[in-house]
Design a protein around this ligand. Structure first.
Ligand SMILES: [Zn+2]
Ligand SMILES: [Zn+2]
Length: 171
């Protein structure tokens, strides 16, 4: 087989092994070079946990996952809130939980341990008019959250303030 002659190296970003000849970037697999630099991606064809064409394992770094999260189908307003909060408090402290992928104007955020959830929605066209629901995990330890507090007509500052207190993030 020709494949045996192909060089394999590991990707600097996702650590997956890949065939060097198929990637346009040195030290990056086709998937990571596509997401990071817009290079041509491999049209992956997975078999037994590996792409047959580029040998990528499907692994994703935290950084890449974050970029993928940001490519969510959300309104600019929602994306800018996520960006603002993650820039200020760190992408590992503000995680996205998107149970509402059909709703462009809503997003769920949680913290590292995924115990505390905040649901944000932009219900009106006005600039500073946000809806926020703060939720705690259910006592039964199931992946069901129970709302504890709801706020309407918040400014971004008020939203941030309540959100970071709830998620126990401080400056
Ligand atoms: Zn990679
Ligand atoms: Zn591939």
């Amino acid at each position: 087989m020709e494949d045996q002659l192909r060089n394999i190296t590991s990707c600097d970003e996702c650590n997956s092994d890949y065939y060097t000849d198929i990637s346009q970037m040195a030290n990056l697999c086709p998937e990571c070079s596509y997401i990071l630099y817009g290079c041509q991606n491999c049209n992956h064809d997975f078999e037994n946990g590996r792409c047959k064409k580029c040998f990528w394992s499907g692994s994703v770094s935290d950084y890449i996952q974050n970029i993928k999260d940001k490519n969510l189908n959300k309104s600019k307003k929602i994306l800018s809130i996520i960006d603002f909060l993650q820039t200020k408090y760190g992408t590992t402290n503000i995680l996205i939980i998107d149970h509402w992928d059909s709703d462009k104007e809503a997003i769920g955020l949680t913290e590292k341990s995924k115990q505390l959830l905040a649901y944000i929605s932009t219900i009106s066209d006005k600039d500073n008019d946000y809806y926020l629901a703060l939720e705690n995990p259910s006592v039964n330890n199931e992946l069901v959250y129970s709302p504890i507090e709801e706020f309407y007509n918040l400014s971004l500052t008020e939203l941030e303030d309540r959100l970071i207190k709830h998620l126990k993030l401080t400056d």
